[in-house]
Write a protein that binds this ligand. Structure first.
Ligand SMILES: NC(=O)C1=CN([C@@H]2O[C@H](COP(=O)(O)OP(=O)(O)OC[C@H]3O[C@@H](n4cnc5c(N)ncnc54)[C@H](O)[C@@H]3O)[C@@H](O)[C@H]2O)C=CC1
Ligand SMILES: CC(C)(CO)C(=O)C(=O)O
Length: 296
């Protein structure tokens, strides 16, 4: 399969590196990372060690691809969609966190767009080097649910590359469940400057669970079968399972970078029909932090 990975940072480089073991992969990212991959290949270290040599560029090549995997941060999705609009593609898969990415890609592109959630852990360590920090899985399928031959083909391709993959027919529920987890964990750990494990016993755990429960209520307003208990239990389960993690949003705050709060807690606030005070507060505080640093 000819696969384009658009947004070759941490997650895109890890998955692109794993996919390159079985497919013809082109990474689109930024220099110096893209340049080093062109010169010396890509080194995957951590849970798996590999040295692969995918093509790498800073702009989309004028070639045909069977699939584009989108792994830019949510606030870069519109630019990614604009860049992909000129590419001859059979399909697109978003593996981004947050809500709205698939819809924005589908609005801009003629080919089918698949939704995806990813619990692999990845961290770009320097040009040409990516750390595989946690084994997870990719779940993918049509954004509105149901089956598709594209989803089946992509699932087979990911399996062939040794990526733990589930082709799902209930992506709407899975996307909202992942959103509830991120709405609970990411913003709270970023503001408190704590690792995910601090939510299990500490005072911030209740805030995380309440943000997730608010998210579940908004999901039910939109016909998604997601209970308060499931949302709260998933926050606790994931926080325990990733206890030593600094969440991606905390890593963004650590680095002084823009966060994905608009696509996570902000997306809950934007879609809520009833007040969601915890998500409103988390969104406002992170936006204030970003504004203070000229990030928005
Ligand atoms: N890193 C991880 O372990 C996981 C990340 N995610 C999600 O995956 C998405 C990506 O996350 P990360 O890889 O951590 O972010 P990242 O910031 O490391 O990677 C995104 C990359 O896309 C590049 N990019 C953006 N626009 C571009 C353009 N127009 N042309 C070329 N390159 C462009 C950026 O330079 C950056 O290197 C986010 O939505 C994140 O929440 C989900 C699960 C795990
Ligand atoms: C599941 C969790 C919270 C793991 O840290 C994550 O997806 C993230 O950090 O973005």
């Amino acid at each position: 399969m000819r696969i384009l990975v658009f947004g070759a940072g941490s997650l895109g480089s890890l998955l692109g590196g794993l996919l390159a073991r079985a497919h013809d992969v082109t990474l689109v990212g930024r220099d110096p990372h893209a340049e080093r991959v062109r010169e010396d290949g890509l080194r995957v270290e951590g849970e798996v060690s590999a040295h692969v040599e995918p093509a790498a560029a800073t702009a989309v090549p004028a070639e045909r691809f069977d699939l584009a995997v989108v792994t830019v941060k949510a606030f870069d999705t519109d630019a990614a969609a604009a860049a992909l609009a000129s590419v001859d593609l059979d399909g697109v898969l978003s593996l981004q966190n947050g809500l709205g990415n698939e819809e924005r890609l589908a609005d801009a592109l003629a080919c089918p767009v698949l939704a995806g959630t990813c619990t692999y852990g990845a961290r770009l360590r320097g040009p040409g080097r990516v750390d595989y920090t946690g084994i997870g899985e990719v779940v993918l399928g049509p954004p509105g649910g149901g089956t598709s031959s594209l989803a089946d083909r992509v699932g087979t391709a990911f399996d062939a590359a040794g990526i733990e993959t589930t082709v799902a027919t209930d992506m709407p529920r899975r996307r909202w469940e992942k959103l509830a987890v991120n709405a609970g964990i990411n913003a709270v750990t970023a503001l408190a400057r704590v690792e995910n494990g601090a939510l299990s016993e500490g005072p911030a755990g209740d805030t995380a669970r309440r943000a997730a429960v608010e998210t579940a209520a908004v999901a039910r307003e939109r016909g998604i079968d997601l209970s308060d208990e499931t949302a709260a239990d998933e926050v606790e389960r994931v926080a325990d399972a990733t206890a030593a993690n600094r969440s991606s949003m905390l890593q963004d705050v650590d680095a002084g970078d823009r966060t994905e709060v608009d696509a996570i807690n902000g997306a809950v606030v934007e879609r809520a029909e009833e007040p969601v005070p915890v998500n409103e507060t988390l969104t406002a505080l992170l936006r204030a932090w970003e504004r203070e640093r000229g990030l928005r």
